[in-house]
Ligand binder design. Structure first.
Ligand code: ZN
Length: 275
């Protein structure tokens, strides 16, 4: 029962048991939502992450994400597919007389399309973050300077399309629910420019270069795949020292995040010793 409104039917049952504290009603396009706050102890409803070790995730422009396992997850390209309709609807709206019934109808149609695009994007992100946190107890990602990247016009569209901030937010809370850990490499970590095989760091690697060969060890790299492997190495080495294993200095139980150096990045650690 909602004050001033009366009784409303809920589309789905409440998924948590506990004391209901409050509800917030919101509207997106022509749909209404109730978000309900429940005081509950039940935070462990998700099973622990599978023991598939660590993974590095490189978020990209051409693909939504590239994993250190070699998997490439392509994005839904929501905008590309629906952009044409979006343009047509906006044009149609601008031709309608303001305040008229037809203008209201056109506005509602446009709002529905915007909501649909947002839903497609959200769905792809949720599938990606659920899959990652379900499989891997340790996930290494890059700390993206999104503000800086948005200034680059070529990148702006795909970043807005895919929502990196949202990716990070989902990964953090889902991983915590499953007892996993998200390790964020700092902004200056050269995930793309470092050879994941020998640790050699290149001076520069323009964005247009999608594959390259290491001058030191002759390994041929896919740009995104190589970055993902480096992020995995980073995550592995920082979890080892955080657990007080090798590399933990006299600092005791303080969380140690080693500065990424060639040696640490290229160090091969046994898989399966985590989680
Ligand atoms: Zn190399």
């Amino acid at each position: 029962r909602i004050p001033h409104l009366g009784w409303v039917r809920m589309r789905e049952a409440l998924r948590f048991s506990g004391k209901i504290l409050s509800a917030t009603i919101s509207r997106v396009a022509d749909r209404w939502f109730a978000s309900i706050t429940v005081d509950t102890q039940d935070l462990t409803h998700l099973p622990k992450a599978e023991n598939q070790g660590a993974v590095g995730v490189d978020l990209g422009v051409s693909a939504l994400a590239t994993l250190s396992t070699g998997e490439v997850i392509t994005g839904p390209k929501a905008h590309a597919a629906l952009l044409k309709r979006l343009r047509r609807l906006s044009r149609s709206l601008s031709r309608k007389q303001k305040g008229s019934a037809n203008s209201k109808k056109a506005r509602a149609r446009l709002a529905r399309l915007h909501a649909r695009i947002a839903n497609i994007r959200q769905d792809a992100l949720h599938q990606l973050t659920t899959g990652l946190t379900r499989r891997f107890p340790v996930i290494g990602i890059e700390d993206l300077n999104v503000a800086g990247m948005m200034k680059n016009r070529r990148l702006a569209r795909s970043i807005a399309d895919m929502g990196f901030f949202e990716f990070r937010r989902q990964l953090d809370y889902k991983s915590e629910m499953r007892g996993g850990e998200v390790v964020v490499a700092d902004r200056w970590f050269a995930s793309s420019k470092t050879c994941s095989c020998c640790g050699q760091v290149r001076e520069s690697l323009p964005l247009a270069v999608r594959t390259w060969t290491c001058p030191d060890c002759q390994t041929r790299h896919d740009r995104d795949g190589n970055a993902a492997i480096n992020l995995k190495h980073y995550a592995v080495s920082s979890t080892v020292s955080a657990c007080g294993g090798e590399g933990a200095g006299p600092g005791g139980n303080a969380r140690v995040k080693p500065a990424p150096s060639k040696q640490e990045v290229s160090k091969k650690l046994p898989m399966g010793s985590f989680g």
